[in-house]
Design a protein around this ligand. Sequence first.
Ligand SMILES: [Zn+2]
Length: 127
Amino acid sequence: MTDVNVHRKLLEQERGRLLSLKENLTEAVEDVDHVSSGDPSAGGHIADAGSELFERSRDLSIVEDLDAQLADIEHATARLTNGSYGTCEACGRPVDPERLAARPATRFCLEDQKKSREAQASRASRR
Ligand SMILES: [Zn+2]
């Protein structure tokens, strides 16, 4: 288990990267709020409101996605502490080290990740 410190460092780096991304996005969303609550007599802005709203909701869903990734990192950090880090949560087998290096917060082996992605895709297409 000499890799624990390496993994912890990778997770911390990833966490820092996601947090700064989130900060930038949150600032961008607040800027939009500021603009749209501006002087209503300025006019000529109504046609833009729809696309502005769209941009904003897209930003918000990115923030939600970042939150989910941050939660995964918290989760991975906890597993690092209890010694289960690096094993697949579905089948219990070790996750490919290369995969862990690329995605330190990953919870599943490649095979089970694929299965869960397929399950998500079939859920989405039923909508
Ligand atoms: Zn698995």
